[in-house]
Write a protein of this length. Structure first.
Length: 208
């Protein structure tokens, strides 16, 4: 089983838990992009026709192809990564203590504080991938921005907000697209949205 991580300071993990976030975009990794020219050449030699970068990538990441470990497949159940510390504090201590890993800090290792190192089979919450497609980051629609966790806020006039749970503030924007652009730049680095990378677009549902 694979795992997936959602940002907590900007409320994306909680938005997934409460069902208001049902979509995520993940950058196509370099290991896939670097192989595209090779695949295109092989495709041409076999068919005597060309294939676009986008179609090449989608062909390459099918369930019977290489690179599938870098992507989520439609229908796949994926564990939502949470720190062991949070699971203990959230009432899952008894369940986890009966499993292969003690929730005591001295036995949990790096996963006690860092969800990057947790084991997916120990996670209590999961999503199911409903669809997958490929697009550039800037192609996102206002409707999809809301599925990505952008919040609608009525503050006299309609605004769309990005919540910063660490600072306890909400940043307001006139459109979902503006809010999403701000969010992406905060999650990565300033100006990242303008680089317009290719991304996998996953729509999902929380199943537990």
């Amino acid at each position: 089983m694979k795992k997936i991580m959602f940002n907590e300071p900007y409320g994306l993990q909680q938005a997934t838990f409460d069902g208001s976030k049902t979509m995520t975009r993940r950058i196509v990794p370099d290991v896939i992009l670097n192989y595209v020219p090779i695949y295109q050449q092989q495709y041409y030699e076999q068919t005597l026709s060309t294939i676009s970068v986008e179609d090449a990538i989608m062909n390459m990441v099918g369930p019977e192809k290489m690179f599938q470990r870098y992507v989520y497949q439609v229908g796949e159940i994926v564990a939502i990564a949470q720190r062991y510390e949070d699971l203990a504090n959230g009432g899952y201590l008894d369940i986890m203590m009966d499993g292969p890993l003690s929730m005591k800090k001295e036995y949990a290792g790096a996963g006690y504080k860092n969800k990057m190192f947790v084991k997916p089979e120990l996670m209590p919450r999961h999503i199911k991938i409903k669809s997958r497609r490929l697009e550039h980051l800037q192609d996102i629609s206002d409707e999809d921005c809301l599925k990505e966790g952008i919040t609608f806020v009525n503050v006299g006039i309609n605004h769309f907000g990005v919540r910063d749970l660490v600072k306890g503030v909400v940043y307001y924007f006139y459109t979902p697209y503006q809010a999403y652009k701000y969010l992406i730049d905060r999650l990565n680095k300033r100006g990242f949205f303008e680089t317009n990378p290719l991304v996998f677009v996953y729509e999902y549902e929380r199943i537990d």
